[in-house]
Design a protein around this ligand. Sequence first.
Ligand SMILES: Nc1ncnc2c1ncn2[C@@H]1O[C@H](COP(=O)(O)OP(=O)(O)OP(=O)(O)O)[C@@H](O)[C@H]1O
Length: 251
Amino acid sequence: MQTIVEVNNLSVSYDGEKVFENISFSMVSKQIIGIIGPNGAGKSTLMKAIMGLLEVDQGKIKVMDQPVIKMRKKIAYVPQRNNIDLDFPVTVEDVVMMGRYPHMTWWKMPSGKDRKIVEEALQQVEMLEYRHRQIGQLSGGQQQRVFLARALAQEAEILFLDEPFAAIDVISENMIMNLLKKLRDNGKTIFVVHHDLSKAESYFDSLILMKNKIIAYGKREEVFCIDNLCKAYDDMAAVFCSQKNLKAVNG
Ligand SMILES: Nc1ncnc2c1ncn2[C@@H]1O[C@H](COP(=O)(O)OP(=O)(O)OP(=O)(O)O)[C@@H](O)[C@H]1O
């Protein structure tokens, strides 16, 4: 395992309003990492900053020991579904082919290899039979599976998924989670922004718990304790922890 992402003294603000200040942490490869915290905690902002999609106030971000700008091809991103224009007239197959663009020269048509990779990615998410359907004519869960297929077609080392399970059906959620575990077992690293505490323990190997700062990060069993959760979620966490019989102190 290698350090996959290293963040040092990162601060981000929008229009002068700080989202977080001086965040530092590092994460190793080949795991599924949950970024959890309440609404507005800065989870999506942190994810975008790591990917180099935001201008930051200060801080250093390294991805596989390199500045993120050099590692763009190695990163695949599935944004929150409500940030995607689903009325855009493209088919399922077109969307997944977009994952091949970083590998293609702009004047060339997709090669046989590109088409094969797209087909395999659609098969993996069990959406091949919908390949000619317009993307807006799918259920939320099916759309999410297509966007995951686009990330698979990119053959990236690191996947970033922002709230992939928001408002989707249970079958799609289980399918996506099983696929993410398979990808992890094949050496990929996956970051997932998530806010449902009830699944955090079973879904993630490591956690970054935040609320406009890092409250804790590291192995799931070290981070997921009542003390830390109460710092992020206030009273709600105490109720949740007592239901789940979580320990009152770390360890
Ligand atoms: N483009 C933007 N311009 C201005 N403010 C923004 C922008 N994006 C996010 N914010 C604000 O920054 C803060 C952190 O937002 P962010 O989306 O990172 O939080 P989050 O933890 O992902 O929240 P949620 O779980 O609700 O999606 C919030 O107060 C939000 O309103």
